[in-house]
Design a protein. Structure first.
Length: 557
């Protein structure tokens, strides 16, 4: 395989879309090259900035969440983005920052003069003055002359607990070369260079052993994307990195490039993105940044999407994009299914969350861990799903188990844990309803014992949900158990994935569960995998990703 060329783009969380546009176009003099939506969350903008055409290595992108809390930088994430400027441009940029009343500090980075400041959400931005490649395609309307314009990315900086872990990924698997080291007040900084002589060449890592991980929010880097030339080269990386155990996602069509994602053991979320097809694929170069562009699969939802996103003004062209969003109607709390309140061993246990804050989310996923597992473990699925529209919630079972015996044991032998676990799920569904997230925008799923508990809850409280998935699970109780199934799933998508020889889940029970859920009105997708064992494979992840994307798309209607 050819080595990756360096940086493709950086994707960051923001808060106010207009402040974001003003800062990157007016202060940093970047072109707003594309206004679209987060394809996994079409009620949120995806804003792209770069040179005239948004060449790889110049692209800064943002998901602005108006209600986002500030992020907290920490280990396991990219914490700073550096642009390259010419060695004679330092004075001009100091004057420009002073003109906009933006405070900055001066330092050096491997001997090169550097200006350090923050964007409106606190993301650290650096301008590094040194010789290097020019901007790939200068934007003639830029408020900064070509000789002083940002040339594109110079580098990104990641904080890690152990440099060696991420260095192994970069050098042994992606073709980067370690080129420099220096001691800094934050910790030892190591620089790695991609296989190119253009812009966006470097990844810097600062080792900070034992310090806390970051917390995602406004100003946080969601992921860093590296460049690969075309689809065939990306496919090689998909196969190779999967073999190396990196848990790579299937290829995602991002309209302007194709993407695969994986998280390195140090915590940083990486993407490998193709150079093609590029941003002028759906509008001319002259029209870039003037219109809300949607992929074909969202065009029939344009009116709803434009009504939801806040209007933004591209001052360079004097155009307004988007419409005035009306607040969604308040959804009443979901009543308990049977009106009975159960207090058992799991009540009072924590519910961990990640992803979108509840007050800013329209869709949610409830994740139920298996026997011996934890809420933190099952929340790791959120990284593999990699869909930022969702709030993810995971309750913790007392002593790491929802019920004591096999799921095939008589029901009474698994009480009171079973009823307590079902009550905990129902409590979360009610809480989400109070936050304006109705059942049809909620996906419930789990693995192993958690999958069994999920299916039992759905069968007992059938109604229209956003979706249901069970990785290696089936309905609870011995053969012949009478099913107290109420309501109707009304077409709820239900995904069941299991091995043909799972040591814990008989195939017959999976098939029986599929039949019952179908009779309850579920749209069941049952997939049996030869020799999978008691595990989750990439096809199962992809199936639930697709289900989630459909729920996110419906939520803006």
């Amino acid at each position: 395989m050819k080595a990756v060329q360096g940086l493709h783009h950086l994707t960051v969380m923001a808060k106010d879309p207009q402040k974001n546009v003003d800062f990157y176009t007016e202060v940093l003099a970047q072109r707003l090259v594309k206004v679209t939506v987060n394809f996994d969350d079409p009620g949120t903008y995806h804003l792209y900035y770069g040179d005239e055409t948004g060449a790889p290595g110049t692209i800064m992108t943002f998901f602005p969440w108006p209600n986002a809390a500030p992020g907290q930088p920490g280990n396991g994430e990219i914490v700073a983005c550096a642009y390259s400027i010419g060695p004679d441009s330092l004075g001009d940029w100091k004057a420009r920052l002073q003109e906009f009343a933006i405070p900055f500090t001066e330092t050096t980075r491997f001997g090169s003069p550097t200006l350090v400041f923050a964007d409106p959400d606190g993301l650290t931005i650096e301008l590094i003055a040194e010789d290097g490649a020019p901007v790939p395609r200068f934007w003639p309307r830029s408020p900064v002359p070509a000789e002083h314009a940002l040339r594109g990315f110079h580098s990104v900086t990641g904080w890690v607990n152990d440099t060696a872990t991420t260095a192994r990924l970069l050098t042994e698997h992606l073709g980067f070369t370690q080129v420099a080291q220096e001691v800094t007040p934050e910790g030892p900084r190591t620089r790695f260079k991609g296989d190119s002589d253009g812009v966006g060449l470097y990844v810097d890592l600062i080792e900070r052993p034992g310090l806390p991980a970051g917390r995602l929010g406004a100003g946080s880097v969601h992921h860093v994307a590296l460049r690969t030339r075309d689809d065939s080269e990306q496919a090689e990386y998909l196969e190779y990195l999967s073999q190396q155990g990196y848990g790579v996602t299937p290829v995602q069509d991002r309209q302007y490039f194709h993407s695969i994602y994986f998280r390195d053991p140090g915590g940083i979320l990486f993407e490998i993105a193709t150079d093609a097809p590029g941003f002028p694929t759906d509008e001319s170069i002259d029209e870039l940044g003037k219109h809300l562009k949607l992929p074909s699969w969202y065009e029939n939802k344009r009116a709803a999407i434009e009504a939801r996103v806040k209007p933004i003004v591209n001052h360079e062209y004097g155009v307004t994009i988007g419409g005035n969003a009306s607040p969604p109607p308040t959804t009443p709390a979901v009543p308990a299914a049977d009106g009975l309140r159960i207090d058992g061993p799991h009540q009072g246990q924590p519910v961990l969350t990640t992803g979108r804050a509840l007050n800013d989310a329209r869709v949610a996923v409830i994740l139920i861990h298996g026997r011996g597992g934890t809420a933190e473990d099952i929340l790791g699925l959120s990284q593999q799903f990699n869909l930022s529209a969702f709030a993810y919630l995971a309750p913790q079972a007392t002593n790491h188990t929802w019920y004591p015996q096999s799921f095939l044991a008589p029901i009474e032998q698994n009480e009171p844990g079973l009823s307590s676990g079902l009550q905990m799920i129902d409590d979360i569904v009610q809480t989400l309803g109070q936050q304006g997230i109705p059942p049809e925008n909620i996906i419930l799923g789990g693995f192993s014992q958690g999958a069994c508990l999920t299916l039992e809850y759905v069968a007992r409280h059938a109604r229209r949900y956003g979706g249901v998935f069970a990785y290696s699970g089936g309905l609870i109780g011995p053969d012949g158990t009478p099913r107290d199934s109420r309501g109707n799933l009304n077409g709820t998508p239900v995904f069941l994935g299991c091995s043909d020889h799972d040591p814990h889940i008989p195939l017959k029970r999976v098939e029986e569960s599929a039949d019952l859920l179908s009779k309850l009105g579920g749209n069941v997708d049952k997939r049996i995998y030869p020799s999978l064992g008691h595990d989750i494979n990439t096809d199962e992840i992809s199936a639930v990703q697709q289900l989630m994307q459909e729920v996110a798309a419906r939520s803006v209607e």
